[in-house]
Design a protein around this ligand. Structure first.
Ligand code: ADP
Ligand code: MG
Length: 695
């Protein structure tokens, strides 16, 4: 029976699976026999041997057997049942916090048990909480498992034991067939020393006792490596394929407009850095081609990406096309709008503004100008790509801080682009540096340019990590900064994911600071304020009239006030490193020394402290991003919205980073010599996600 059939064998063909269980399986993403075979254990236990009780150590997961000596109910903070179990070497306690009276009666002194569980420290010696156990005849007669025991991810209504049984049934069917079709060509298997697919699947469900338990539990066995390799390969192929899609429309080719570009550069108060120049050159090159550009422009906070975007836009505008520039927050979008309007004023270019809050006749006018083509560049939030927004000739899309956009938004954006006759070029800018390992897999379809340096004269921000118990000291720092004519941010961070609470906290903090700092002008800005209010505060802050700005994380991205030189971030331990780095990037934009104080709530966990230290010791966004990835994992680093993009069944980008180079080479071999296998691989690993990976 060839592999294709497994994909079409319904689960109900297994003994004991009916429609209701089939529904439960679908919650685990298991829809057919192939899915079931690829549903792999996340952990293994060694129940092949019995440990003498006196040999167990704290934290071990062990199998033991012995005789029940006592059986008591304890009335502590929580009522519990405690049984003492003894073998010939010692004794240990079993503890149950939930138990029925029948269970209590069955655990009677004199009975023999075989148990499995984790060793904890109890008040009278070692204990196991809620061990898995079964009654045995006597301790000399224990028949142990002959293989390592797989533990599967499961869901309500399918118990571990039952799931194991179904998988064994699946394996029997597999055993009677010719096995799964191996889509990896022999050349790749032998080049990278990979085992066969069917072997890997069989081994991972039924690992013999001689396999290395630690390796298995850390997914480092050759069988797991083989599958991770194939999965990473499938992901990469999927993205490569999208880039090569022959149905893809052509993009308009824009000539470099020297005159317009030079006019723009001449009026800037600074010269572009080497990094900015070279990024601009890369983009200019791309825009002359009819292959749609898909370029990621990475550059640390403050490296000056906006001006590069403005320069690149001129190439499209100069050729009679429109540009759309989308930013994730209204504040940032507005700031871009003001910058562009100022930069383009003397060039006679019409800049439009659109956000969800632009309504009525203003909105109608903007849309008319866009459709007629008189608006040459439209700047705003994701409102730029909603229904009813029609571009006359969209040639270039620029997305700022793309990590803040979810997969769905990017999808709708692409669809919008596809609805026109041509495919616009895309430039994606981010200050959250994508660590190399992620860039290679998730962004395989993007070309990438990095601006490595900051504009000259910047002094690295001095960062301190301080317990919030010492906040009175900070009030003095604020006074001193303001007396010196400099400005201050006070950032209140997200409380329990609730924007309302976050805003309330900011309000309370502002009121509190007003009391402590009587001669200082304090402003407040948060996400629930009307946009006119926000604009007013931001412009007062820019003008220096507001000296201390109390803000929520709405100011995280992009906001640019060079005179601000002190930032206090409250509850810094709640934020990710990349986000903190972004926030900190609001200061250190002028030429003087800036300071950032990370306040944390005591007690703080050692892990959190370690993370804050990374920030204290480095101002290099790339280094911080790598550390963040190491400490938190890719899903977190990219934000939950994008976690879908990197949710692998088996592979793990950190652990398997060493495979990526080989995966890359293999993907080229497959694209070149085994086109027929590409779709099969993508289908096997990404059938439900293809659409997402393509964005
Ligand atoms: P980011 O890359 O974080 O988006 P911005 O584009 O907001 O950075 O630029 C940060 C600040 O640096 C802005 O005030 C901008 O005007 C200024 N800037 C940009 N390029 C240069 C340069 N080459 N020399 C001096 N200042 C620059
Ligand atoms: Mg920016």
């Amino acid at each position: 029976m060839p592999d294709k059939t497994f994909e079409f064998v319904s689960l109900t063909s297994l003994k004991g699976v009916g429609p209701s269980l089939e529904r439960k399986f679908s919650q685990l993403g298991i829809h057919n026999l192939q899915d079931l075979l690829f549903h792999l254990p996340f952990r293994y236990e060694d129940r092949t041997k019995l440990s003498p009780i006196n040999s167990v150590k704290l934290g071990d997961r062990v199998q033991i057997s012995g005789e029940i000596i006592s059986n008591n109910i304890l009335f502590g903070r929580r009522r519990s049942l405690q049984c003492m179990l003894r073998d010939t070497t010692g004794f240990i306690y079993l503890r149950f916090f939930q138990f029925s009276s029948a269970q209590r009666d069955s655990l009677a002194p004199g009975k023999f048990l075989c148990c499995y569980g984790e060793i904890r420290r109890g008040s009278k010696g070692f204990e196991i909480y809620h061990p898995e156990y079964r009654e045995i005849d006597n301790s000399d007669n224990v028949s142990s498992e002959s293989k390592l025991t797989p533990i599967y991810p499961t869901t309500d209504g399918i118990q571990q034991k039952r799931l194991r049984g179904f998988i064994q049934q699946g394996l029997e069917i597999l055993g009677q067939s010719n096995g799964l079709v191996d889509f990896l060509p022999p050349q790749i298997l032998s080049n990278y020393d990979l085992c066969g697919l069917t072997d890997a699947i069989k081994m991972l469900h039924n690992p013999p006792a001689c396999l290395d338990l630690d390796k298995l539990n850390n997914s480092l066995s050759p069988f797991q490596k083989r599958l991770a390799f194939e999965e990473l390969l499938a992901h990469r192929l999927c993205m490569r394929k999208f880039r090569q899609n022959p149905d893809q429309k052509c993009a308009p080719s824009f000539k470099v407009n020297k005159e317009l570009g030079e006019k723009f550069l001449r009026q800037l108060p600074f010269e572009l850095t080497i990094g900015q120049k070279s990024a601009s050159r890369d983009i200019a090159q791309d825009l002359t081609k009819i292959t749609p550009m898909l370029r990621l422009l990475q550059g640390d906070v403050g490296s000056g990406k906006t001006v590069v975007a403005a320069l690149s836009s001129l190439q499209a505008i100069g050729s009679g096309f429109q540009v759309a520039l989308m930013a994730p927050t209204e504040i940032l979008a507005e700031q871009h709008f003001h910058n562009f309007r100022q930069w383009y004023r003397r060039l006679g270019i019409k800049v439009g503004w659109l956000s969800g809050k632009v309504k009525g006749s203003t909105r109608a006018k903007t849309l008319r100008e866009l459709e007629s083509g008189s608006c040459q560049i439209l700047i705003g939030t994701h409102a730029l790509f909603q229904r009813g927004v029609i571009y006359k000739k969209l040639g270039l899309i620029i997305i700022d801080e793309q990590h803040r956009f979810g997969v769905h938004q990017r999808l709708s954006l692409r669809n919008k682009a596809n609805s026109s006759e041509i495919q616009p070029h895309q430039l994606v800018m981010t200050a959250t540096p994508i660590p190399r390992t992620l860039a290679m897999s998730v962004y395989a379809d993007l070309d990438s340019t990095v601006i490595r340096e900051l504009p000259p004269g910047r002094v690295p921000v001095n960062t301190a990590v301080i317990s919030s118990e010492r906040r009175d000291k900070i009030v003095e720092r604020i006074k001193a900064a303001c007396v010196n004519g400099s400005q201050v941010y006070w950032v209140c961070t997200l409380i329990e994911e609730s924007e309302t609470l976050e805003c309330e906290a900011a309000e309370a903090t502002a009121q509190n600071l007003v009391k402590l700092l009587d001669n200082i002008n304090i402003g407040l800005i948060h996400g629930r304020m009307k946009s006119e209010e926000k604009n007013k505060i931001m412009s007062d802050f820019k003008k220096g009239e507001v000296q201390l700005l109390v803000a929520t994380t709405v100011i995280e991205v992009g906001v640019d006030v060079p005179n601000a030189s002190l930032m206090i971030i409250e509850n810094a331990e709640r934020l990710g490193l990349a986000q903190l780095h972004q926030l900190r990037g609001r200061v250190g934009r002028g030429s003087g020394q800036s300071h950032c104080i990370l306040l944390y709530q005591s007690p703080i966990s050692p892990d959190s402290k370690l993370r804050l230290k990374v920030l204290r010791d480095s101002c290099d966004g790339f280094h911080i991003a790598e550390k963040d990835l190491e400490l938190r994992g890719p899903g977190q680093v990219l934000g939950t919205n994008q976690a879908g993009l990197v949710s692998f069944k088996i592979a793990n980008l950190q652990r398997d980073a060493f495979l990526l180079e080989d995966v890359k080479t293999s993907s080229e071999i497959l694209m070149k010599n085994h086109q027929g296998l590409v779709d099969s691989l993508i289908r096997r690993w990404l059938s439900d996600k293809e659409e997402y990976v393509n964005v």
